[in-house]
Design a protein around this ligand. Structure first.
Ligand SMILES: *[C@@H]1O[C@H](CO)[C@@H](O)[C@H](O)[C@H]1NC(C)=O
Ligand SMILES: *[C@@H]1O[C@H](CO)[C@@H](O)[C@H](O)[C@H]1NC(C)=O
Ligand SMILES: *[C@@H]1O[C@H](CO)[C@@H](O)[C@H](O)[C@H]1NC(C)=O
Ligand SMILES: *[C@@H]1O[C@H](CO)[C@@H](O)[C@H](O)[C@H]1NC(C)=O
Length: 288
């Protein structure tokens, strides 16, 4: 994900065709009751787009919190460093593509990270398809917390994006720290998908049918906590409570599934450590 600077955001508004390139429809329910279309509110993300992985570097010695190396359940899992992605990426082949990805996670409690001077401070949790080995498109949905450094107020939002198109905030679906969010992205082709976002705690279900998105290779399955960009520089990475992704799986055209075992664990040095717990769970935790 990526916030654009104010200037770039204004440019973004002026170049609406970027957003108009693909189309989508939405339906929503609250406690099982359909929400009228007039109450469904999807806004271009306040300041830009969400993003692909950046600045990957080679393997490191393993996730750490402080000086404690965390248990890495599957020692065969490769780890790698990134500027902005902390989480698991499982890559398949173009002959056995990802059809669907699922994940459930708890939106974290965010606070200002001591010693961090870049603002805003933010952290996003999401699941998605592509954006790692396939960089020209990424379909993703999740939540973000943003901290206003002058007021200390934390804003929590639900969003989705089909990169390189801009992202959208789903303002009719509330999210609060501690809410469980359940997301399914079901592709019907390399350019069309249904996205279902459920806030389990608040009884909200939001479905998006998107089509004519940028072509996905459908080879990367991503479960990620991201440090967003603000313009061309990284936002401050907010302090967040551990994010557990559960029931994480991707189903493939062959009918088999991929889980976390064997996934690449991306780490953000000085920011976040990602650790596999088992084949359907991982956790991303603040690391100094
Ligand atoms: C989205 O697609 C599904 C199946 O592909 C369909 O059942 C549903 O009605 C569609 N929803 C909208 C809002 O178009
Ligand atoms: C932070 O909050 C103040 C006071 O409401 C507001 O003036 C300012 O624009 C906010 N900053 C950001 C980055 O949203
Ligand atoms: C908030 O961030 C802005 C932009 O980085 C900075 O100019 C300002 O001094 C900060 N305010 C506080 C109260 O930290
Ligand atoms: C995913 O989409 C396909 C094709 O539209 C549909 O047959 C299938 O039932 C969907 N799966 C889920 C879990 O929604």
């Amino acid at each position: 994900m990526k916030f654009l600077s104010t200037t770039l955001f204004l440019l973004g508004i002026m170049s609406q065709p970027i957003l108009a390139e693909f189309s989508f429809t939405s339906t929503a329910e609250h406690n099982g009751v359909p929400v009228p279309q007039s109450e469904i509110n999807i806004q271009p993300f306040e300041s830009g787009t969400l993003g692909r992985i950046r600045s990957r570097t080679g393997d490191d010695s393993g996730p750490k919190i402080g000086t404690t190396t965390l248990r890495r359940v599957k020692r065969t899992n490769p780890t790698a460093n990134s500027n902005n992605w902390c989480g698991s990426v499982r890559t398949t082949t173009s002959s056995n593509q990802i059809k669907l990805i699922h994940g459930t996670f708890q939106h974290p409690t965010c606070t200002q990270r001591p010693g961090v001077t870049q603002y805003p401070q933010a952290a996003a949790a999401w699941i998605g398809i592509d954006g790692d080995s396939w960089t020209s498109a990424l379909l993703q949905a999740g939540t973000v917390c943003k901290i206003n450094n002058s007021t200390g107020i934390v804003e929590n939002e639900v969003w989705w994006q089909w990169v390189p198109s801009g992202s959208y905030t789903i303002t009719n679906v509330p999210v609060f720290a501690g809410d469980w969010i359940d997301i399914t992205i079901n592709t019907t082709s390399s350019t069309a998908a249904n996205i279902k976002i459920v806030n389990t705690n608040r009884g909200y279900t939001h479905t998006i049918n998107a089509s004519t998105g940028a072509t996905l290779a459908r080879v990367d399955a991503d479960w990620v906590v991201e440090r967003p960009y603000y313009g061309t520089t990284l936002a401050g990475f907010a302090q967040f409570t551990q994010v557990w992704f559960q029931n994480a799986y991707a189903t493939l055209t062959s009918g088999t599934s991929l889980g976390i075992t064997g996934a690449k664990q991306y780490q953000i040095p000085g920011g976040c450590a990602s650790t596999e717990f088992d084949n359907s769970k991982l956790y991303a935790a603040v690391a100094p």
